[in-house]
Design a protein around this ligand. Structure first.
Ligand SMILES: [Zn+2]
Ligand SMILES: [Zn+2]
Length: 430
């Protein structure tokens, strides 16, 4: 069965933007992108007034399987991705066991094939057990499908280990994704250190806990020549450091999350544990810097850091709750509402940060609507409005600080390898 998407605003950040073009999909591939395609017997999808974009890629999610299936599984996490408009996700290795050897990478790929509804690209651990001491078998991890290395959740605290990790990663030809946090400086802080943490009587994490590691990792990337991707940067200083490094020609890229460009530490005021994230929600100045970094290209990628937890884990006093929030199903709405509607980014710039840029960083053959490419396509209705309703979530996680928020601009269809997996905000059951 061929699919013919008619009359949409086709945005291919790799190629040209074509108002009111048609897209013909056949056998899992893009067969044609032209005006007025006629094809008898194709299933017609009317995309008038909507944006037809390459399938979105979230390069930073936690799918929790194996080991933490009460929080999320590959099945539920990929359903959440599909509902959020994502056709590909890259999952972090902090599972149990940690994805630090080929058997776990293999397991994730097999489970994704059996139970997943979107493409899953595993990220291998930098160090064994993500403990920060002994390097994983990077070449093996790559051979079994890893697309990058990260100890996300933890920093690689020892600079000598990080240096060697970068040397090996460069040899293997994959990027290092760094969770920048100086654990000693962060100490047992639970929110951003500043005026609000004083008012609320909660222990703070200083911006410096992130920035000193951003600076270190940039210096090590410069030393080793390894491509470095900085996960979830969130402060004025981090954005400045990345901007300066890029100007010097260092191979560094960076991502921000929707929650870090939408919320400030004032959101912690109700002690809602869904606002407890790592790095923490920052100040107005930090949010402004992140938006500037998005606008001037310092920040390449928007990624969710989707981190589901059970209600039991989050339903405790603020200081005892685990860090993390669920982001897959609210990301596109936040991008449209907070960045596009306000003029921070044009739609094309935003789509780039959700498609071609993450694809390029991970070296995966996705993020384009070129003829012959995999038919991963997302259709977004920029005019649709929806109030975030947790009962509609596909993720097992209920830890969203955006419940009740009105979002404007949402994905209405997700197509993976030529198959419609989400239509009108609902997963298509097989
Ligand atoms: Zn992290
Ligand atoms: Zn993470």
């Amino acid at each position: 069965m061929k699919l013919l998407i008619k009359g949409g605003l086709v945005v291919d950040p790799l190629g040209k933007i074509d108002p009111a073009a048609d897209l013909l999909i056949s056998e899992g591939k893009i067969e044609a992108v032209e005006k007025d395609i006629k094809y008898d017997g194709a299933q017609i999808i009317d995309a008038t007034g909507k944006m037809v974009v390459p399938g979105l890629i979230d390069m930073h999610v936690h799918l929790r399987e194996p080991g933490f299936e009460a929080k999320e599984t590959i099945a539920t996490g990929t359903r959440a991705a599909a509902r959020g408009g994502f056709t590909s996700v890259a999952c972090m290795p902090n599972t149990r066991p940690v994805a630090d050897d080929q058997s776990v990478i293999k397991f994730i790929c097999e489970r994704a094939k059996e139970t997943g509804v979107v493409n899953v690209f595993p990220i291998g651990a930098i160090t064994k057990g993500s403990k920060g001491d002994e390097l994983s078998e990077m070449a093996d991890l790559k051979a079994y499908g890893a697309v990058a290395f990260s100890d996300d959740g933890f920093p690689v605290s020892r600079s000598d280990v990080m240096r060697r990790a970068m040397q090996y990663a460069k040899m293997v030809g994959l990027p290092i994704i760094s969770h920048c946090e100086d654990k000693e400086l962060a100490s047992d802080g639970v929110m951003h250190e500043g005026y609000m943490s004083t008012v609320l009587g909660l222990k703070g994490i200083p911006a410096a806990a992130e920035e000193v590691m951003v600076a270190r990792d940039i210096i090590l990337a410069e030393l080793t020549g390894c491509p470095l991707h900085l996960a979830h940067i969130s402060t004025v200083g981090s954005v400045r450091l990345v901007r300066e490094a890029k100007a010097r020609g260092v191979a560094v890229t960076a991502e921000v999350t929707p929650h870090h460009f939408t919320l400030t530490d004032r959101a912690v005021a109700g002690y809602d544990t869904a606002t407890k994230v790592n790095p923490p929600l920052r100040t107005d100045m930090d949010v402004a810097a992140v938006k500037e970094g998005l606008a001037d290209g310092t920040i390449d990628v928007i990624a969710t850091d989707h981190a589901p937890h059970t209600d039991e884990e989050k339903d405790v006093e603020y200081q005892y709750a685990p860090f993390g929030l669920v982001g897959l199903e609210t990301a596109v709405g936040l991008v449209f509402t907070e960045l596009i509607a306000t003029g921070v980014l044009t739609p094309v710039e935003a789509i780039k940060k959700l498609t071609v840029n993450p694809a390029r960083i991970l070296g995966i053959n996705k993020g384009t609507l070129a003829v012959g490419a995999d038919a991963d396509v997302t259709i977004i209705d920029p005019n649709i409005k929806e109030v975030v309703d947790v009962s509609q979530f596909e993720t097992k996680g209920r830890n969203s600080p955006f419940i009740g928020r009105k979002l404007n601009g949402l994905p209405v269809m997700t197509i993976v390898n030529g198959n419609i997996v989400m239509h009108e905000r609902k997963i298509i059951e097989k």
